[in-house]
Design a protein around this ligand. Structure first.
Ligand SMILES: NC(=O)c1ccc[n+]([C@@H]2O[C@H](COP(=O)([O-])OP(=O)(O)OC[C@H]3O[C@@H](n4cnc5c(N)ncnc54)[C@H](OP(=O)(O)O)[C@@H]3O)[C@@H](O)[C@H]2O)c1
Length: 286
């Protein structure tokens, strides 16, 4: 099985790159400079030349704040780029594994979200990601879409690294407590994707399936920050604030907690609890 990872310099791609040798899979990683997913001709040419069986799309426009004013770039990458990948993958009959977001939900459900629930994305970023999912559904017939949430690692700047840096620099943090979700350690998601590729179901996979993947449990951004400081022994004053007290143009779901029952059942995955994964991640912090 020959596998391509697009967006090869991103945070999730980096986790896949660091663990894939243990899975004995043949994976090629392409960064934006080598393979720009907005260039449909290049994608077609590249896929035809290299005969990939699986494409893992880690490429995306992920700056949620900037997307509010840079709308055309967010759509060019997250919507058009996804369509280009779907069409190129279809032309060579390759399975597309695409990463999407919990933010396709509006967070108004008072229970956990299931994959078939109605989507109502609120921000430019999440609308562009949902548009990308729709393009894949329209243009391919062999895909797995994985909606994930609150990705972090120590490899690239993200919420965890920002909290560590600010807590150490100032000793004072104000963090939102009225948005609930689930952190996802990129290495857990990377392991899940590679385990799926090693599973028997993948050989016969057809159609488009949507799955949820995050760590287990649900917390607020405030709880997340307090736990980061606590695990690392950083003596910081963390103040809980409401969403309205935090300056942002982005409208985010108040709670988008996703059921992972489908992915666990179909692929026999065991998903770590968020606090265990956070401890695992921070154990390598120097
Ligand atoms: N981070 C989160 O909290 C989160 C939450 C839910 C879902 N997700 C989804 O999870 C996936 C992985 O996220 P991540 O955090 O690993 O993102 P990331 O670190 O921002 O990585 C995305 C990569 O895509 C590259 N890229 C941008 N435009 C491209 C293009 N036109 N062609 C090829 N590559 C391009 C970026 O390169 P440059 O940096 O050079 O632009 C970057 O290396 C994304 O689909 C994201 O939407 C993320």
């Amino acid at each position: 099985m020959k596998i391509l990872v697009t967006g090869g310099d991103g945070m999730l791609a980096k986790a896949i790159r660091n663990i894939y040798p243990a899975y004995q899979l043949e994976i090629c990683f392409c960064s934006k400079s080598v393979l720009d997913i907005t260039d449909s001709d290049k994608l077609l040419e590249y896929f035809r030349a290299h005969h990939f069986d699986v494409i893992i799309n880690c490429a995306a426009y992920t700056n949620v704040e900037r997307a509010e004013t840079d709308v055309s770039s967010a759509y060019a990458i997250n919507e058009t780029g996804s369509r280009n990948l779907a069409m190129a993958a279809k032309s060579v009959d390759a399975l597309l594994i695409h990463i999407s977001t919990d933010a396709v939900y509006d967070g108004r459900k008072s229970d956990v979200y299931h994959e078939g629930d109605i989507c109502n994305p609120l921000s430019v970023y999440s609308k562009s990601k949902f548009a990308g999912e729709s393009e894949i559904l329209k243009h391919h017939n062999k895909a797995i879409i994985i909606r994930t949430s609150w990705l972090y690692s120590l490899d690239k700047p993200n919420f965890v690294t920002a909290i560590i840096n600010k807590a150490k620099a100032t000793g004072n943090l104000s963090v939102i407590y009225d948005q609930l979700g689930t952190p996802t350690y990129t290495y857990d998601l990377a392991n899940a994707i590679l385990a799926i590729l090693k599973s028997n179901q993948i050989i016969t996979h057809s159609g488009i399936e949507i799955y949820h993947y995050s760590n287990e449990g649900a917390i607020s951004w405030y709880d997340f920050a307090v736990n980061i400081c606590c695990i690392l022994g950083i003596d910081a004053n963390v103040t809980p604030i409401t969403t309205s007290e935090y300056p942002s143009k982005v409208v985010r779901p108040f709670q988008a907690i996703m059921s992972k029952a489908k992915i666990k059942k179909n692929f026999g995955l065991v998903i770590p609890y968020w606090r265990d994964s956070l401890e695992e991640c921070l154990s390598s912090y120097k």
